[in-house]
Design a protein around this ligand. Sequence first.
Ligand code: IMP
Ligand code: MG
Length: 201
Amino acid sequence: QKRKFISVSRTREQMMNKDIEKICLRKKTIAAGVRRAARWLDQQLCDCAKTPLLIAVLKGSVIFFCDLVRAMKTSVQMSFMTVSSYGNSTESSGAPKITTDLSVDVAGRDVVLVEDIIDSGHTLLALKTFFEQRGVTSFRTVTLLDKPSRRKIPINADYSCFKIGDEFIVGYGLDYNEMHRTLPYIGILKKDIYLSEQNKE
Ligand code: IMP
Ligand code: MG
């Protein structure tokens, strides 16, 4: 008698990536965090005279940003900027550079900066200073992830979805050497992946 096999198609989440040590935030957990952030922003922005402007810091925050704006009830305008601080290492260089500036005038606008992760705090401080100098009406920062134990500058985002420990993580937009941004979950990168690279330098 022939046995019938039920074909089970594995989701991308079930297919563990070889470079990932452990999944720390699953797809569903992330989605719930994004919804909470969207509700917080809806409340914060309900009294704005003009349409609020949400700015994504590329590239790490782009997947979070797209999910966030669609989970919000408030209609917003979107803009993008690029800040580089990392290069190929897992340590912040401490001198972030704005490599792609905004195409809109932010003076007199209610601005929300959307970050992927606050680590040392160098990037957040640089961006906060940048926006304050440009005469925004209000400025808020939302981050998907926060590594409070890594802070070198005493600065925090106004809203953070998840706090994590001192671990280098990838997925859901975050990368190591431009890899792993498209993973649907957030996972801890295996240490030997970046230690072997650092030893080459
Ligand atoms: P900070 O200036 O040290 O706070 O660094 C912030 C930036 O470093 C983030 O926007 C990320 O691009 C990057 N970063 C920090 N920690 C991680 C991590 O664990 N995985 C991936 N990127 C990270
Ligand atoms: Mg970034």
